[in-house]
Design a protein. Structure first.
Length: 94
């Protein structure tokens, strides 16, 4: 199984866990639940503030990361984007 297929499997698992419908693909959110768009990041490093800002600009409301988030990213969401939910694996961060 290649890297792309493995990421698709992870996205589908998280979409099911969040009770959403898996979409995936370039330019599309990884899953949707009603009007809420979610993104899954299966990276080996933490998501930075800049990466979180890019996702928020795309209209993403839930971000799930395998490796977590940097402290500035968490503080940014708490202060300026309280409607965005951050998850580190299954645990909500903010």
């Amino acid at each position: 199984m290649g890297s792309y297929e493995q990421k698709q499997v992870v996205e589908k698992i998280v979409a099911k866990r969040r009770r959403g419908r898996h979409l995936g693909g370039p330019g599309r959110p990884d899953y949707v639940r009603g009007r809420v768009k979610g993104e899954v990041k299966d990276w080996n490093r933490r998501l930075t503030k800049g990466e979180v800002k890019k996702l928020v600009r795309k209209g993403i409301r839930e971000i799930t990361s395998k490796s977590g988030f940097t402290k500035p990213a968490i503080e940014y969401v708490k202060k300026y984007r309280p409607y965005v939910k951050l998850f580190h694996r299954t645990k909500r961060v903010n």
